[in-house]
Design a protein. Sequence first.
Length: 259
Amino acid sequence: MKIYFFVFIILLNTGKLVAMSCSDIFTYNSVYETVQRLGGEGARFYPREPSNALITFLNTSGLNPGLAVILGSGEGRNIDPLVERHWQIVGVDSAEAGIRRAELDHKDNPTVSLYTANVLEPLDRVVAPGSADLVIGIQLVHMFIRAEDRLALFQNVWRLLRPGGFAFFETNGEFEAGSIRYLNLDSPVESRTLHRADGSTMKMDIPRFPTVMLNGETLRSEIERSGLIVESMRGGSFRHPDTTRPQILAIVRKPDRPR
């Protein structure tokens, strides 16, 4: 994915204004590296607490543990609830620094495998096509502001899932809105909380990543274009120490029979 502009970030440890390339913006890699440089080994951009919506889904879905693939796994905050429920987990993220941070927590766990890869491209070297029982995308879909990139993501989910397998998405969005909106196109920097390994926090300035606020109708249409079936969809909210955003939560299934 290419975004044709540059965003600038003020690094707190130097006071310098530094240009970040479009590839850095997309992968979060420079943000994770800055967090680890300022906060030391073990520092996190996101708290380790997993998505409450994911926990609710796992508790109510009735799915038996199997192979779960987390796309955009980042620092690994959504791995723990799957480990606790005896899933085999594959985490994939394009940010190598995020994968390194997740490995600190799970390097001795044989049920967790972590890989650096582009989630828009086939992941056959990581997961055999048609083998995943569950695919998870938390805070991921809205990072792709182009419709063709979102379609590529959903097609990749279709490729990963076994027939009858499920996917769970939590994405920024306004479920009942009449149209979609694009955010952060002209506001380059925001203050966010860095979480040090010792439990303390500090503020740091990061790029405001360009994102899209989807509505329910658009999200459903794009998912169904990939051949997946939307089982349920509703509005919700995402809470972070620095912000609260409207969300769309979607439970999706791959048909039992191939397209």
